[in-house]
Design a protein around this ligand. Structure first.
Ligand code: MG
Length: 265
């Protein structure tokens, strides 16, 4: 009798375990899976940053670099740059500026940086065509990872966290200080790199202040992570990184850069 009771108890235990497993499985099945990310999920169209007309600049007089700056482009050649795919930068230098050569890939500085002040000028061609993101799209990636958007945002509607001066798919610019196609735009950037703990987790996020044609458009903005087209920003531990310029795949006329210098902080 006692023996029978023992077997019975074991069977009962087994049945209980099966029931618990089935319950867990059912509970797991009921947890809704997050939807698959699509680009539109991270695109915001309002509020639209107010348009501010920046101060006037003499169009062919670029401000020269301070004495302690590292000159990244002096108008002569791309010797401080290389293709992100390896080898020499293929973009075209002409008349003191260089122009994206579509299809040759992004270019990066050979030197890498942590915290810095960056000055960079860029121009949308006067005959630009296309609309939204397919109109003069390029980008300046801090440490090769975090994109400050370059785009024709002069009378060109797009999602606001993707217009010129946005931290791409994160923070729209405070205002739209864009000059019209054919004129030169200036970004002055003050960037603090993210810090990581020894175990690789984030200690403090990157921060960025940006002036666009002398107007503050990012004011000590916290960068939330990398800046993908699809998906949410994330941080992955890294050290120093280059300045990277984007060869965007859109079919509009290629944009140009000039007068690029940086000061490590
Ligand atoms: Mg871009």
């Amino acid at each position: 009798m006692q023996h029978y009771y023992f077997i019975h108890r074991k069977s009962l235990l087994f049945i209980i375990i099966l029931c618990i497993m089935a319950t867990i499985e059912q509970a797991q099945a009921q947890v809704p899976k997050p939807p698959k990310m699509v680009p539109e999920m991270t695109e915001f169209w309002e509020p639209v940053p107010k348009v501010v007309e920046p101060g006037k600049a003499a169009q062919n007089a670029a401000m020269t670099a301070p004495s302690d700056a590292v000159i990244l482009f002096d108008g002569k050649d791309l010797s401080k740059w290389e293709s992100v795919e390896g080898g020499a930068a293929q973009w075209v230098v002409n008349n003191g500026v260089f122009t994206v050569k579509k299809g040759t890939g992004d270019i990066v500085t050979k030197q890498e940086f942590n915290d810095f002040q960056l000055h960079i000028e860029w121009s949308i061609p006067a005959d630009i065509t296309g609309k939204s993101q397919a109109r003069g799209n390029s980008g300046i990636f801090m440490q090769g990872i975090y994109e400050l958007q370059v785009l024709d945002s002069y009378n060109n509607q797009t999602y606001v966290n993707g217009q010129a001066g946005s931290i791409y798919k994160q923070s729209p610019p405070l205002v739209n200080a864009m000059r019209k196609p054919g004129e030169w735009n200036v970004y002055d950037v003050i960037y603090t790199a993210p810090r990581f703990k020894e175990n690789g987790s984030l200690f403090s996020p990157a921060r960025i202040t940006v002036l666009h044609n002398g107007v503050v458009i990012q004011n000590d903005t916290q960068i939330k992570g990398h800046t993908p087209y699809i998906g949410l920003p994330e941080y992955t531990q890294h050290g120093k990184g280059p300045i990277r310029l984007q060869d965007h795949g859109d079919p509009s006329e290629p944009i140009s850069y000039r007068n690029i210098w940086i000061r490590e902080l």
